[in-house]
Ligand binder design. Sequence first.
Ligand SMILES: Nc1ncnc2c1ncn2[C@@H]1O[C@H](COP(=O)(O)OP(=O)(O)OP(=O)(O)O)[C@@H](O)[C@H]1O
Ligand SMILES: [Mg+2]
Length: 317
Amino acid sequence: MSDRDRGAPADPNASTDPDTSADPVDVAEGRERRADDIIRRRQEERVRTAIKDELSKDDTGDERPRPEDPGPLRGALIELERVDLAFDRPILEDVSFAAFPGETLVIVGESGTGKSTTLKLILRLLQPDNGRVYVKGKDIAPLSFTEALDVRQQMGMVFQSAALFDSMTVFENVAYPLREHTDLSDDEIEARVKEKLEFVDLAPDEVIEKLPAELSGGMKKRVGIARGMANNAEIMLYDEPTSGLDPLTTGTITRLIMKLQRELNVTSIVVSHDIRSAFRMATHIALLADRTIRFFGTPEEMAASDDRYIRDFLGGF
Ligand SMILES: Nc1ncnc2c1ncn2[C@@H]1O[C@H](COP(=O)(O)OP(=O)(O)OP(=O)(O)O)[C@@H](O)[C@H]1O
Ligand SMILES: [Mg+2]
């Protein structure tokens, strides 16, 4: 196994175990090398695929060889490594990206390019056909059902529609993950629910007894975020947190996600159509197109790109 892909070339004796408690220097090094790593891996894969194509002209077997497994990037909290996924047709091919602690990675792309699917892979609601998904340096594919639930509970999820339980009050909606997955007392749950509602700028006393149907779209999204963060997850996943909202409410939700990062150092992966809020909140942007990552980098790098597809995607922005 090579250290090159681990972002730790200076330490050839590094343990091969996933190291999620890497010191900040390692994390910074990994972060700097990540973009290069991803590009290099993809180039290597292309070369291998080209060689394989040549060889397979004489080859009757149809098994696709995977190159040597490079292992997880050191210090990354979430990583997809050369992931392929097909339903009735290929959806994701050779998708690689990583998010490091405290980053906000926004995944953008046209409708149907596989953004929600990518989040489902991170939650292990789906499994890749090839490649790996690492959470805190751990490949999540071999986990048992219970272990996978455990990993999922370390992540807060805000779904594409707010996905609140219609027959439950706001209080019960936000308390739900706490009742399901913790042994907090009733008093502790009440305190936690109120804390989270306040964090998303909702007055607890005004909303806790309301049903979702009595809330505006923006309020529902905020309750969804409060529920997603109820477990104090260090990783938050959001699927279109601002879709269908007016610009003011979009601004509020965007600021909320930024506040989580700034005040609690939460790592977020946000799927969004909304390029304006993506540019505001992202530390990094991944653009999905043609089944793969067409661009990965900072908002500044994206804005400076002269790639024709990216320019068109950004439109007048
Ligand atoms: N369970 C499934 N079975 C079959 N096809 C699926 C399934 N889930 C998603 N797809 C297909 O995979 C593709 C990607 O879907 P996905 O929901 O990830 O797109 P998306 O980028 O989130 O789109 P949008 O921006 O519209 O939400 C779509 O073509 C979709 O029809
Ligand atoms: Mg989607």
